[in-house]
Each structure stands twice: as structure tokens, then as C-alpha cells.
Design a protein. Sequence first.
Length: 514
Amino acid sequence: MERMSTYYITTPIYYVNDVPHIGHAYTTVAADVLARHYRRRGFDVFFLTGTDEHGAKIAEAAAKHGLTPKAYVDGIVERFKEAWRALEISNDFFIRTSDPHHEAGVAAFLQTLFDAGEIYKGVYEGLYCVGCEQFKTEEDLVNGLCPYHNIAPTLYSEENYFFRLSRYQETLLRALTDPADPNHYAVNPPTRLNEVLGKIRLGLSDVSISRASLTWGVPLPFDPTQVAYVWIDALLNYVTAIGYPDDLARFRHYWPADLHLMAKDILWFHAILWPAMLIAGGLRPPKEVFAHGFFTIGGQRMSKTLGNVIAPADLVARFGADAARYLLVTDFPFGTDGDFNLDSLVTRYNAELANDLGNLLNRTVSMVNRFTGGAVPTPGAGQPVDDELKSLATGAFERMDRAFEALDFMAAADAVRDVVTRANRYIEEMAPWQLARTNQDRLATVLYTLVEAERLIAVALWPFMPAASDRMLDQLGLRGQTSTAWGVTAPSTRVSPQPRPLFPRIESGAASPR
Ligand code: MSP
């Protein structure tokens, strides 16, 4: 029997020093849309998300709340899980770096590197940004401050263990630029690849992989007075979650990961440090690392100080989970920086979802009730269906395949929007309310064509809007009819007797954040 292709996709594991916001949701929703798309195409998908729970930043946050790190993170983790439930995230596993299985995996991997001579002891002195959990060079700073966290890094000096990253300059360059290289991996979009290549060409320094002054972490198996550096610990989640090191059969089933998704802020770790660690440990790098852009809100960085942090729950309360998902990932090109503006999201919601899509369904269900007693008619004799609408509807799936392959969520959505636009125009052109008086055969074909096209629209939208897709099919009387082929609607299917707005209009006054 042919083995089903696997598709292993990951989000970053998020820091639990604070509650989730829509920055985290952006990546997680994007990954969920892809996971659903590949599941629907029949892939054996493993979709991983989780939380990054060790390190100085979390220990500091816990201390501020007067809690032990473990008690503190247990509380925040629930908030992440709630947010993902509210957004219909379909992850197959939720990893926590405080899971004993993960901790054991980190220790085992570091022991492997140590035994292979990839780790040595040395002294580190440098400027450390606790926000990033990363050493900074003078060039990384803007006016002496970390540009991501607006805080001055602290001078830090300790005896630590180091990973010989400097050895991997040539190996990584070859792996990135030669598709035939056994360690080949892709970094996308291409501008990010160029940045990564530039950084590697400048030369790589060895990386401190442990902390002596911290206890909230995984003790090094070869020196338990130190704990693993939080990034080393965190990156390893991608392999421990699928069974490394004790269930190697399962691990090999999904590894290498098809896609590590994240924003550009943490690309260095995923595109340079992580592949080098894997190669050093005798494992393959992931197939692709993709860094999307960073977004602002109304032109400003989201920050507690500015008070403009939007929680996933705020977005769900305003738009519903489905529309929130759709609007998030199709508002600006995935891969470039963008800006979210709540007013323009409301405008888009009303135009694309309430009007174009919602009204299309509403009109169709109403017309089937009014003109054919609620039963979808058999296409009329000698009345062919509209070729343009039919080919747009059936062709949408191939267009989506290609768009998702390139992580182009806007193009994937356009493939469906074009069907919606054509279907609305078809209603205007055919004027079924006139055909009801003049041409019953024609009317039957028009109604059948609309129902079948809208069934395909619902099916196509499922990765973006799973619950709305089901609600659409329910109103059409076609729940579960998810084939992507034309002609599945059985004549005499009964549509809902009472069409309900799929996306109730939002008054634009309700747009300001609460
Ligand atoms: N814990 C590390 C990741 C370890 S992965 C092995 C971390 N956590 S984080 O909580 O800071 O999450 C960073 C990620 O959150 C970004 O890479 C991105 O996926 C997402 N985003 C956070 N804010 C965002 C925006 N404003 N815009 C886009 N993505 C955002 O780094």
C-alpha cells in the first residue's frame, strides 16, 4: 500500500511571560489554514503549536507575580489553549517545554552533541536582551536599546558551554544554495534567504548554550550546575513533540518538518542555529523555514505601554472566529510587514463577507424557497449550466493548491472570491425572479447552478473558515457534501426554510477596540 504523504507544520512555541495577543494568533491561524488545506488534500498532517516556558524572562515574570515559575506558567498556558480553541485551531499536539518528555529529549540531544565534541566550556561576556533572550551586538541596538523591546541589554559574563556554530558556515551555505545537498533546506521568502545568506557569509560565532545563573530550565546532563539556554531548549520542541529520542519510528515518520512558520524576528534561530544544531546531532534540517512579516496596529507596535494590545478574544468577539481568521491572514501579503486597522477590517468584513458572500447565500436560499418550494430543482432540459461559473468554481481548488504552496493566502482567497463575484453577477444576468414567470427550465438550471457553485464555495473556504463553511452547507441542505467535483448536489435536496445571515453586518461605529 502506498504510504500517505506526511505534512509536518509548526508555529513558534510562544513565551508565556504574558497572555496571547493577535501577533501570536496571526502565525497560528496561518498554520491552521495550511494544516486544514493539506488534511483536506489527504496528507497525513501533524500540526504542532505550544509554549516556551523556561528562561530568564519567564522566571522574572513569575517573580513579579509572586509565583513559582511553574505555577505562573500553568496559568498562562491555559490562556493560550483557550485562545486557540476560540479560533478553531486544530493542532494535533500542544507541546510545553516543561513537559518531562521534552526535558528528557533536550538532555539526550545535548549529550549527543557533547559526546560528538560539538560543545565546549568557555567564558562569555556580552550584552543580553532578556526580552529576546539573545545576546546583542552594538550593531543590533538602536540608541543603545533593543529595537524589539525598547530596553537596554544588560552586561553579562559567565562561564558557559558553547556550541561550535562557527564550524557550520560552509555546511549551511551549501545546504541553503544547493538543492542536491543532503542537508538542503529552504528559507523563504527570497528576501529572507538573502538576509540569512548575508549573515552566514559574515561569519558565525560559537553560541553559548547554557546558563549558570539560572535554575528555571533543563539541567545539562554533563554539568547539572547549568541549565540549557532557553533557545536551545525551545528549538528542540520540534523534534521531541514527534517522539525524539525514544520513539524514533514516529519521529522518522514526520521528520524533517515540512514547514517551520514564524515572523522575521526569530528567523536567525530557525534558519541558522537550528539547522546547524540538527546537522551536528546527525539529523536532517527542516524542509522549509518561512518568516512572515511583522504587523503594527494603526501604525504602531503593539505594546502594553501603548495600551494597544489586542487579544484574540477581542477579535473573535467583534467578528466571530471564522471572519477573524479570514481577515487576519488575507489583509496584507503574507511575508511582508503590514498594518491592521480595525476600521478597515470592519469595512472588509461588511463588503466581502456580509455582502458578497452572505447575501449570495441568502438570496439563493430565499429563491429556492420562493420559486421551487425549498427543493433544489433538476437542471432544466436543454439549459446548460453557466460555463464560466462552473469552471471558476471547480478551478478554485487548483488555484488554492498553488497559492497555499507559495503561502499566498490572499491569492488563495481570491480564487474563492472570483467564484462569489461571478455567482452574484450570474444572478443579476439571469434575473431568476423574471424566469419564474417566463422560463421554468431556465430557472431550474440557474438555481441548481447557484446551489452547486455555493456548495463548492463553502468547501473551498473550509481551511479559512471551518464553522462558517459548515453553516453554509447546512443552509444549502448539504452538510457533509464536501467533494470538490461539480454535480454533487442531488436534485430535490431541501435548503433551509429560513435563510439566516451568515455574517451579520457590523456597524462601523463598533470598530474601536474595547
Ligand atoms: N519563544 C520564542 C519562539 C521559540 S520557537 C522555538 C518566541 N516567542 S514569542 O512569544 O515572542 O513569539 C514570537 C512570534 O509571535 C513571532 O515570530 C510571530 O510568529 C508572532 N508574532 C508576535 N507578534 C507579532 C506581530 N506583531 N506580527 C507578526 N507576528 C507576530 O519568540
